[in-house]
Design a binder for this molecule. Sequence first.
Ligand SMILES: NC(=O)C1=CN([C@@H]2O[C@H](COP(=O)(O)OP(=O)(O)OC[C@H]3O[C@@H](n4cnc5c(N)ncnc54)[C@H](OP(=O)(O)O)[C@@H]3O)[C@@H](O)[C@H]2O)[C@@H](O)CC1
Ligand SMILES: [K+]
Length: 485
Amino acid sequence: MRQAYGVAQVRAAEQALMATVPDGALMQRAAAGLAVRAAGMLADRGVYSSRVLLLVGAGNNGGDTLFAGARLARRGARVSALLLAGEHTHAAGLADFRAAGGRLVDAVSGPVDLVLDGIVGIGGRPGLRPDADAAVRAVAETGAPVLAVDVPSGVDVDTGAAPDESVWADVTVTFGTYKPCLVVGAAAPRAGLVELVDIGLTPYLPAVPALSVPDVDDVAAAWPVPGPSSDKYTRGVVGVATGSEAYSGAAVLSVGGALAGPAGFVRYAGHAADFVRRAWPSAVIADRVGDAGRVQAWVVGSGLGTDVRAKGELRAALAADVPVCVDADGLTLLAEDPVGWLADRTAPTVLTPHDREFARLAGAEPGDDRPAAARSLAARLDVTVLLKGDRTVVATPDGRCLVNSTGTAALATAGSGDVLSGLLGSLLAAGLPAEHAAIAAAFAHGLAGREAATHGPVTAMDVLSGLRPVVRSLTSVNAAAHTFR
Ligand SMILES: NC(=O)C1=CN([C@@H]2O[C@H](COP(=O)(O)OP(=O)(O)OC[C@H]3O[C@@H](n4cnc5c(N)ncnc54)[C@H](OP(=O)(O)O)[C@@H]3O)[C@@H](O)[C@H]2O)[C@@H](O)CC1
Ligand SMILES: [K+]
C-alpha cells in the first residue's frame, strides 16, 4: 500500500524529524538519494562526462538539486545550473555546487543527457513563472529525460491538478513520502515513474494519510477465495438488476462481471432475460427484483432506463437490507433526490459515477480536486463513492480515500462500466467492505483493460474476457502478509 500525505502533513512531520537531527541533515539525505537515482538514469552512457542540467528555483527544492548536482559533478559529470531565482538561490547548495566544479548557465542549450527539475517542490504554487515556463519548454525541445525533484514543478501538490505550465517528468524522486500529486489527477502522469527516497520521515507521519494506493498484494490479500467448506451460497449471492429490452447488452455485461467475481451464485432480475440466459446459463433469472429471492448484494442501474418500472426496481433494490451498488441509469434516477432515495438505507451503498453522473448527484462536476469532491459527496450521502477516471478514486463516508493505479484509457469504451459494477457487486456479496470491494473491482478491471488492450482495440466484452486471467493471477498471489489498512 502506498500512502500519500498532503503538504501540511509533510511539513509537520518534517518539523518533528528536523528537531532530532543536525541542521541540513535531511537535505543531505534527500540529495544523496537524488544523486543515486540520477546516476542510475545515466547508467547506460555512464556518469563520467555526462551532461546534466539543473533547473534551480528559490527554495529548498533548488537546494536539494544543487547538492545532488555537486555529487554528480564529483563523480565526473559535467553539471550546469540555470538559476531561476538569482540571489534567492539556496546559498549553501550553490556554494557546494560551485566548489564541486558546477557551472552556471543563463539559458537552456543542448545537447543534454539529463535534466533535474528543482524549480519548486512542496512550497510551490501551481503553475510556473514565465521564465521557469520558458526554461521547461526549452528543455522539452532538447528531448532530454527529465527527473523531477520531489514533485514535478508547477503541479498542485495537494490536489493533483496540473496547469499547462507544469513539468512533464520521466522520473520523480520524492522524499519521505508520496504526495497526492504523484498518485492522482492530471499531475500523476506528469510525474512519470515515481521513486521514494527514505529520509526518516515515516515515524513522524500521522496514521491517516491523505490518500492510499493499494498494490497488487493488497488487492490479492483481500480477494475472497473459496475454501473446502464453501458452497455456492456461502460464497455470496449477488443480484443484478440491469438492462432492459432496449439495452440488453448492459445486462449481459454486468452479469458477466458478476460471474467473474468471487460470488458463487448470480441472480438476474430484469427484461433482458433471454439475452442473459443465452450468454450465461448459470445465472438464475427473475422478472423483478422483488421476485428474485435472497441475495447478499444488489447491483442496479446499467441500461435499466429511467421509466416508472426502473424506478420501482431501484426502490426495491435499495429497500433490501444488503449492500447495493448503484450505477448508470440508477444514478440518474437517484440524482432527482439523492438524500430522499437513500434516507432509509442502513447497509452500505456504493455509487459509481463518471464525471457527468457525479455532476447530477453533487450539483457540479468534480473539478480539479477529485479526492475532495468524492469525499464530500460520500459524506453528504453517507455512501461510498467510486469516482471513475484515469486514477479512479474511492471515498468513504468517514473521509478515507483510496486511489486505483491500474486505470487505462482502453477502459473508456461503452459497456466497460457495466462489467465493473457487476464485479463490484460480486465482491460486495462475497462480504468485502464497500470501499475494499470498490477499489478491488477497479484494480482488477484496470488490469483486465490493459490485458485486453494487448490484443488490439478494446470492447467491453474484451474487458470481461480479460478479467478471468486477472482474477486467476490475483488469487494465486501469495499475499498473506498484506492486508488493507
Ligand atoms: N523541509 C525539509 O525538511 C526538507 C525539504 N526538502 C525539500 O524542500 C522542498 C520544499 O522547500 P521550500 O519549502 O523551500 O519550497 P520550494 O518548494 O523549494 O519552493 C518555494 C520557493 O519557490 C518560489 N515559488 C513558489 N511558487 C512558484 C512558482 N509557481 N514558480 C516559481 N517559483 C515559485 C517561492 O518564492 P516566493 O514566490 O514565495 O518568493 C519560494 O521561494 C521540498 O519539496 C523538498 O524538495 C528536502 O530537502 C527534504 C527535507
Ligand atoms: K521540482
